[in-house]
Every structure is written in structure tokens, then in C-alpha cells.
Design a protein around this ligand. Sequence first.
Ligand SMILES: [Ca+2]
Length: 504
Amino acid sequence: MKPLFHLLLAFVLALIAEARAATRPNVLFIVADDLNNLLGCYGDPLAKTPNIDKLAARGVRFDRAYCSFPLCGPSRNSFLTGLYPNSTGILANAQIFRQTIPDQLSMPQAFRQQGYFAARVGKLYHYNVPKSIGTDGHDDPASWEIEANPAGVDRLEEEPKIFSLTPGQFGGTLSWYASPKSDADHTDAKLAADAEWILERCAKDKARPFFLAVGFFRPHTPYVSPEKYFAMHPLDKMPAAQAFTEDQPGVPKAALASYKKEQDKLTDDLRRQARQAYNAAISFMDAQVGQLIGALDRLGLAENTIIVFTSDHGYHVGEHGLWQKQSIFEESARVPLLMVAPGVTSKDTVAASPVSHVDVFPTLAELCGVKPPANLQGQSLVPILKDPSAKGRGWALTQVVRGGGIKRFGASAATGDGGNQFFGYSLRTPRWRYTEWAEGKQGRQLYDHDADQKELTNLADKPENAATVATLSEQLRAAAKATFPANGEIPKVQPGLWAPTLAE
Ligand SMILES: [Ca+2]
């Protein structure tokens, strides 16, 4: 009798474990690199993004979602830990929070520790693009059980053919190439294929729910994609004069400090080409999102899988005379954010209240019954997912570092020996964007989004706005103060802690 009883007990326990696993939803977390909101579902008339648009229609599209810092490394360390950069201590690229707050649980690590299978395909923490493609980048091994780092022809063969504003440089410089090779030859398609391979195995073995994070490298420079995506965006349809520099006299110098001298080389023709290549890279990445969601549907996983799609930060394509990232104007601070949560979200809904990347971790934790670390700084978006008209916190804060030269700021900011460096903080409410540089000592900006969505008229110094500025300034300072850890100190990079070294 005894062995039979034990057998029966084991059987019942296995059934209970399986039932519990089945009730916990999977997570498919998709991040694009340097993608702004120039997408069909966000109303861009030039975008060709049918797959991302279809994904948006499956759930909630957050219309006002913002990164916490418009640069890869600081932003990714922030949303993967659910802490603002002032609490991760990561204010520059090429670092990982294990060097500053080594005991902090990352989002995928928390899921892992509580029964999830966590896997990474491509860029989740910081990578040097394109040089680190095919490596682990500045990854956190504790976050994942499996990592996949495929590299395609864009990294391995085509670099000598890429046009660049500064020849030979691709990662931080506007650069592009229409490749004669197929989708399948390129890195992002290989990522989608690897992710599909993992999904196939997850579909066969449902003992544990999964947290699959897929980080595409496009549309980050170099804008390399197959020729057919360039053909989808004819050059003569691309805007030439994208630089709206009329507003520059009314703007603090720090607001425009992400400007790069090499961008003076841009002619109208080159601006058209750059925009074509950026749009093409988005369309190529969109096709890979389609592959991924198609696999989820084909494998019968969609009904129990939460899907999140976002980008690490926004991106300028000429607004205010700026290109790329590291500004805290709307185009650089704003990110796409789509969430589909079966049984929670309704189809084709839009949430208008401002939300932040730091809200993603508490949201997924609540949806999946995962206990998050006690020091998370965001809000759960579950009430907004259920009712997209819900207000939530009602604002989002984005931060950037200035001073000491934008190229060099990273190293010293991270070690905390600030020098001449100062912060810019920008607060977004439903109506206003309000920005303070060095607590106002280096300037302020106020934009009324009800009247000026392109942020062309700085209202901060107009006497009639004094009361609005005072209210927003108080709100911004309280929000900024709450981005620090309890002891008020930005954690410093500690020598000897995990510091990934890469071949290049
Ligand atoms: Ca990025």
C-alpha cells in the first residue's frame, strides 16, 4: 500500500504543479533599438509597419509612454531593474547594474527565481552596435537561462559597403546600406528565428511558464536592411527639410547639446536618404516582429502569453535640428509601448495618461504573480490595462546628463566625480512638458502640447505662465528626488565587480 500511496501523492502533486504553471501567463518581451514613434499605429503617415500595427490592435497602445533616460545603457538598465538611473547608478553606456548594485534582482531574474524559464535573444542590456553583435554585449548572466547572439551579414560582411557621414564609423553616426541579401541573412531575422526555436520548445514543455526577451538591433545605425524595404519607402516621398531650427533661439543650450558637428554634412538629398533608410530599417524590424507573433499564434501560445513591445528610447529625425537620441524633447523621450494581456486587456484600446518604462516591471510582476523587489520605483499599469481611461500616476519623468562634452560624459558621470556635469529633468503631464537644466540654472523649457505638439515655442519665461511653471517645478523636483535610492546617493561603479570585457 505504502509505495502506491507515495506514487499517488507524487501524481497529485505533479498535477497541482502543472495546473499552477498553466495558470501563470508567459511573457514575450520585445524591445527595438533606437525606435521612435514613427509607426502606423501611432499615426505616422509614412510608416509601413503592418505587423506592429496589428499587434497594437490586439491590446492597449500607450500613447504617452516615456523612457527614463534617452540612451541605450541607462535606459535598459532602468527598465530591466524597475529603477530610475539615479538608483541603478548607470548613467552611461558599456556598464551593467551588477557593477553598482550587484544584489538587485533584475526583472527576468525575479521571474527566474519564482519558477519561470527566462531566455534572451539579442540585445536586452547594452551592446555596442554594431561591434558587439554576435557577442553577449554588456549582459547580465544571472538574468537568463539561455542566451542567443546570432550575427548576420550586416555585421559580418557588409560593413565595408555601408555609407557613413563619417566613413568607417557606424554605431553613433548616421550610416546606411540597402542590402541585396535576404531577410534571413540579416541579424534581426536570425534573432526572430532563434526566438521561434525557443518558443517551439516552450510549446512542447509547459512545465514552467516562460519569460522570453527578444531585443532587435534595428533601426539603430547602421540602417542596414534588404533592398525591398528601401523600395517600400521611395526617396521622393521622404521629407527633405526635416530640420526645424526656428525654435533654437528660445531654447537653453543644454537642450540642444546632443547636436553632432558631422550632421552639418547633411544635404537635403542626404536627409531624404537617411530617412528612407531609417524607415526601411523599421519596416524590416517590423517584419521580424510579425514572424515572432506568427510563431506565438501558430504554436497555440498566444492565449496564455502577455506581449510587451517597446523601444529603449525615442529618436530624432531632424526636429530642432537634431538627429538620434540624448535629448529630452518629446521625440527622444517618448517610446512606443504596446501591451497585450489575455483576459485583462481589450482589443484596440488606447491609454492616454503618461506612463514610464519603470512601470513595466511592477506591471508584469502583478500580472504573473511574481513578487517584485520592495524598492521598485514604478507603478503597476494593471488598472490602466483594465480601464485605459484610468489616470494612474499621471506623469512621467525623463532625465539626461549634460556638461563635460557629450561624448565623454559617460565615464565621469558613472564614477560620480561629476565635474562640470549637470542633469536635465523633463516632466511630462497630459498637457505639459516642463524641463529644468541644473535645477533651472542652465535654463527651463515649457511646452503646451494642447497647442504645440512639436515643442516649437518655449513658454517658460512668459510672465503669464509663472504660476504653471511654479506648480510644475515643484512637481518635477519631487519626482526627481524620488528617483534616488533611500540614502539619496547615486550608487557608484565599484572596481572589481562584474565588468564585461568584449573582444572589441
Ligand atoms: Ca538604443
